[in-house]
Design a protein around this ligand. Sequence first.
Ligand SMILES: Nc1ncnc2c1ncn2[C@@H]1O[C@H](COP(=O)(O)OP(=O)(O)OP(=O)(O)O)[C@@H](O)[C@H]1O
Ligand SMILES: [Mg+2]
Length: 202
Amino acid sequence: MIDRSDGQDEVAGIAVRIIKEGDRIADIVKNLLAFARDWKEEQGPALIQDILADSLGLVEKQILKDGIRFKTYISPDLPEIKARSQHIQQVFLNILSNARHALNQRFPGFHENKVLEIRSEVVEIEGRRYIRTTFYDRGVGIPGNIRDRICDPFFSSKPRGEGTGLGLSISHGITKDHSGRLWFDSVEGEYTKVMVDLPTVE
Ligand SMILES: Nc1ncnc2c1ncn2[C@@H]1O[C@H](COP(=O)(O)OP(=O)(O)OP(=O)(O)O)[C@@H](O)[C@H]1O
Ligand SMILES: [Mg+2]
């Protein structure tokens, strides 16, 4: 279509967009396939505090640069979990990125409430022990009308090009694969808490 047009008309504009969006879809599919391949990595004993430290190490600089402060509370002597560490790290990275985005949206500059609180502790659910990691941001919160959809593949409220909407859907799959649970507590305009519950090694 581009070759047949003079490069200026509306058709050429549409053709350029088709190519660009095609490339974008190809990138997404490539990422999904790469992700599916290392799915076979065995689950092994892991410490949540190590995975958390690795995840924070990757994004800390960026988050601090935005004027966001961290508060972390890790219970001492947390037991081990059985996990594919890389996958759990991916879950944490997406939650951190979402929290950063929500805080920056609510507080574009510096603000005393621009805080991201992370807590890891043991909880007992129906006689089984889990490590619950809670990410608490006082950002824009999740509006009630989209709450049921945020884990859907390709659901994103971010501007085009900024979010693919795959973060939570993949994270949801990973926690389920670890016999865990990913859930939310949020009040629009006030806060979001994201909880990741992962069973401990008994
Ligand atoms: N901490 C949060 N505060 C407010 N809204 C959130 C938060 N976390 C997730 N959301 C909402 O859930 C949507 C889906 O999140 P998800 O991580 O799946 O996709 P994304 O961040 O938009 O894109 P991607 O993660 O693929 O880059 C977000 O677009 C946002 O509307
Ligand atoms: Mg995300």
